[in-house]
Design a protein. Structure first.
Length: 317
């Protein structure tokens, strides 16, 4: 504990700290700051008041008052205001911290800034994002004009180190009055820099050498903000078969590996980012579809390892 002044109440076994109080819990990777703080040695608890702030795994929580029960390793906060990643703000009347979870009740959530999520399949189907669509028919344009409405019964944002997840329950997507999508639940995975997005959605698509396939998706959380999606599948191409697909995603690598008995071919398709201007592209029995300076380069290869240098491009503001 660091502070400007410490008083001891020996009769009640209290330690009272005041002035720029800072307490660090190394094991929980949590720091509490406040103007005043009282440590109760009998009950092993902490009360903090005045400009209370909790710094925890990239999250900043402020409130009027906090009570920490160190026996149960949880905390109660009054009027918490939580900021995540600089653009997500949550306000509530009451909040509770349990281990790796923050639960806020009777509040609101505001996202300041856009967070685009491409729900196009990562490795199959048509390249819809390369097609020209009239602005009036564009879902993105409708979203920017407030014509697309997304509602959910429950939204849960979780951050574990470099990994972030967004869980939606009973969510609906509408364009105007027309429903576009309705699902009981969906979970979205990304890292703290939003380099990729993965979901636990059912996979339906086609891939050259694999044929048409479908199967449920199961996402495994891996270290350093990476995930692996596993898809047991049924595939069809001149006959019915079974197989499996795995898709690894991280801040610098995306690799898909798959095998289906309908064609009996093992497929690998991936790329590794080496630096801001250099990436390594590799594949086995993979159809390469790369765009460089608006020129399409297509090719099917049994084995391919290529180093491609590209120039960074930023849209003018």
């Amino acid at each position: 504990m660091d502070c400007d002044k410490v008083d001891y109440d020996t009769d009640n076994y209290l330690i009272i700290a005041s002035g720029n109080v800072v307490v660090k819990f190394v094991k929980q990777d949590t720091t509490i700051k406040s103007d005043f703080m009282t440590y109760d040695r009998i009950n092993n608890s902490i009360k903090a008041e005045g400009n209370v702030k909790i710094l925890r795994q990239g999250q900043v929580i402020t409130g009027d008052y906090i009570f920490v029960d160190m026996n149960e390793e949880n905390a109660l906060i009054e009027n918490p205001l939580t900021t995540m990643n600089g653009n997500i703000t949550m306000r509530a009347k009451q909040g509770n911290v349990y281990g790796d979870r923050i639960v806020q009740e009777n509040g609101s959530l505001v996202v300041d800034g856009s967070l685009p999520i491409d729900f196009r399949s990562a490795n199959n189907g048509p390249r819809v994002d390369k097609m020209l669509v009239r602005p009036e028919d564009s879902l993105s344009d409708a979203s920017e004009r407030g014509l697309v409405n997304v509602t959910a019964k429950e939204i849960k944002i979780t951050q574990k180190g470099d990994l972030e997840t967004l869980a939606l329950k009973r969510f609906k997507v509408k364009k105007g009055k027309w429903p576009l999508k309705k699902m009981p639940a969906i979970k979205i995975y990304t890292n703290k820099h939003h380099d990729y997005f993965e979901t636990n959605l059912w996979e339906v698509g086609s891939y050259r050498g694999l044929g048409v396939f479908t199967g449920p998706g199961f996402v495994l959380e891996l270290p350093k903000g990476s995930v692996l999606k596993a898809v047991p599948m049924v595939n069809y191409e001149s006959g019915l078969g079974v197989g499996a697909m795995g898709r690894f995603s991280s801040g610098t690598n995306r690799t898909m590996a798959a095998y289906g008995t309908a064609r009996r071919k093992f497929i690998i398709d991936g790329e590794q980012k080496l630096d801001d201007n250099l990436k390594l592209i590799y594949g086995i029995n993979a159809y390469m579809d790369e765009y460089f300076l608006d020129r399409g380069i297509h090719g099917f290869t049994q084995r391919k390892i290529k180093v491609q240098r590209f120039q960074s491009y930023r849209e003018p503001k």
